[in-house]
Write a protein that binds this ligand. Structure first.
Ligand code: BGC
Length: 472
């Protein structure tokens, strides 16, 4: 018999045994991850047309591509202050509004300046969402489900990236059929399809803003600003009575210790979490993930794969990225974060080493490279992708969580920018094989570091993790 959402809510449990409300509530901020993935990947399908339309010089083209990233950095810097003053939920709504402005502004841009401005505004939304969405989920989730719920956010990023590939390909493929249309429809979906690609982001954005209206504020944020009664009511509305009582007691005891107040000792309490968080952020990017996400077709062509096949191979890479994130969703709270990280990193080292070896050897068939790339993306999707975001949002003391998450997310975006800039140069200076071996070396270092320093956080309350990290 089918179970309706009402029944689920009534019984308070989903079939998998998870509290219904936190799961449904986590879907809303997770959609922020979808917009993050879509916004960053959509640009790949638009560059060529935009270059021709506005006669972009190479410098302006670089500016068009990197303006989104600049926006991200601004968004990350604003996110901390805004989410501490306006609350997590309101800031997510604000991010949704910037996405909407960006989608419409870019789609109807009459000049390259407006287009760049639109990209930058969208970037601000991505930056804000990348700090606040996983933080909201992490603060809201029951300890036993936190890994899975934050991994949903990563799943949404991968779906957003995949959807952008599909929308770009779909709009490009139907351009001829839409030539018969009139007015804006003809411009958006036939003559200048890049406009349609940007505009499509408005659809999930509207959905995001609407469903945010139905979720409550983060319980830990409410406690932080002294709204104790509201926090308690939300906790009891979104958990079974027994677990709400247990969690409330733990939260209450923690508040009583005074640790929740940002008093003295920032460095003492933050030194180790910051070291771990920043390294996790940098190591995630130095695995070379975005070289494959954004330059994938080029890498396939370099290995002699025909252009059409290269695009097809890239969409398989996008699909595998989505699929293997489910492994993390299932395992993060059962097996734990450490096994995912350690096994995933071992797979990353081996697959990156093999990719390098393929480029070093002569005439290896394209499908062998595809298999190694798929192994790489599968290992990333079940480990570094979700586990990095889970840990970054778990390891900081409550009083400084916003600052800690902001600094680590900033490190992610700076590394994305650095690699975007330097990956083509690395290929030219070191050669393709050595570049992938450098990524393999970075994953090996990450493996050793994680083995020695990353604690297991599954099933623990954030306040318990705080104790482990601070007393390290
Ligand atoms: C990373 C992004 C990456 C994506 C790929 C995320 O966890 O932060 O940089 O593009 O995973 O799935």
């Amino acid at each position: 018999m089918m179970t309706t959402i009402r029944e689920i809510k009534k019984s308070g449990r989903l079939k998998m045994g998870l509290s219904a409300s936190p799961f449904l509530i986590a879907l809303a901020p997770a959609l922020g991850g979808f917009l993050f993935g879509y916004d960053t990947a959509v640009i790949s399908g638009t560059i060529e047309q935009v270059r021709n339309k506005f006669a972009l010089t190479p410098v302006y083209e670089g500016w068009f591509v990197s303006s989104g990233l600049l926006g991200c950095i601004m968004g990350v810097l604003l996110a901390g202050f805004l989410s501490n003053t306006l609350g997590r939920k309101n800031v997510l709504v604000l991010a949704g509004i910037t996405f909407l402005f960006s989608a419409i502004g870019c789609a109807f841009a009459e000049s390259k300046e407006i287009l760049v401005l639109g990209r930058m505004i969208g970037g601000i939304g991505v930056g804000i969402a990348s700090v606040v969405a996983p933080m909201y989920i992490s603060e809201f989730a029951p300890a036993a489900k936190r890994g899975m719920l934050v991994a949903l956010y990563q799943l949404a990023i991968t779906l957003g990236i995949f959807m952008a590939y599909l929308v770009n390909a779909g709009i490009a493929a139907s351009a001829e059929a839409n030539a018969e249309a009139t007015g804006w429809q003809e411009v958006l979906f036939s003559r200048e399809t890049w406009r349609g690609m940007f505009l499509m982001m408005a659809v999930p954005t509207v959905l995001f803003i609407v469903i945010l209206a139905f979720i409550p504020e983060s319980i830990r944020y409410l406690l932080k600003v002294g709204k104790t009664i509201e926090a308690r009511n939300i906790l009891f509305r979104t958990r079974s009575k027994a677990s709400a009582e247990q969690e409330w007691e733990a939260l209450h005891a923690y508040q009583g210790t005074g640790a929740a107040a940002p008093t003295a000792g920032f460095w003492k309490r933050m030194r180790f979490p910051l070291l771990v968080g920043i390294l996790l952020a940098l190591f995630q990017q130095f695995s070379g993930i975005n070289a494959i996400i954004y330059y994938g077709p080029e890498i396939f062509r370099k290995a002699g794969v025909a252009s059409d096949n290269a695009l097809f191979f890239q969409s398989i890479v996008g699909g595998v990225n989505v699929l293997f994130t489910f492994v993390a969703i299932r395992k993060a709270d059962k097996a734990g974060r450490r096994p995912l990280l350690l096994w995933g990193l071992t797979g990353l080292v081996v697959s990156l080493f093999l990719i390098g070896w393929i480029f070093n050897a002569a005439a290896v068939p394209g499908y062998v490279l595809l298999c190694c790339m798929l192994a790489f993306i599968a290992c990333f999707a079940l480990s570094l992708g979700p586990v990095t975001w889970i840990l970054i949002n778990e390891i900081f003391p409550s009083a400084y969580r916003v600052q800690g998450v902001t600094i680590c997310t900033l490190a992610v975006w700076l590394a994305v920018g650095l690699l975007g800039q330097f990956f083509p140069m690395m290929l030219e200076t070191f050669g393709t094989a050595n570049t992938f071996w450098i990524f393999a070396g970075s994953c090996l270092l990450h493996l050793l570091f994680s083995y020695k320093y990353i604690p297991e956080t599954k099933g623990k309350q954030l306040e318990e993790i705080e104790h482990i990290m601070v007393s390290h």
